[in-house]
Write a protein that binds this ligand. Sequence first.
Ligand SMILES: [Zn+2]
Ligand SMILES: [Zn+2]
Length: 127
Amino acid sequence: MDCPRCSVEMQEITQEDSTLQRCAECGGIWVVDVADLNKMLLHANLPALSTIGGFINADEISGMCPACNVDLVVVEGGEKRSLAYDTCESCGGLWVDGEEEAPAAELDWKGANKQIVDFFKRFAKKK
Ligand SMILES: [Zn+2]
Ligand SMILES: [Zn+2]
């Protein structure tokens, strides 16, 4: 699977039957299955993704789904809609951008989990 931003092959991060894909180039993470994301959110005492909500920005051009090759949809949220993730309406996959200038070459499940949860903690803030 290629990164929707950089078009380089992503690394697989697995735990039990869950899989994430991460790009070492930009530090972004592709969540293959939204059920895995919801498990992470619930563990962190956050609501499920469908409850967190957000605003679809149809004008924003985004990348392509690495699984289906259809355009991703940009969903904005957080304080003054300052944050955004991308999602595929076809497979339900979801992309969270990396925020570090020099992302680590490798990341384990725990690190990836933390990156995603930290993002959605800020994303869930409404004001
Ligand atoms: Zn990338
Ligand atoms: Zn897709």
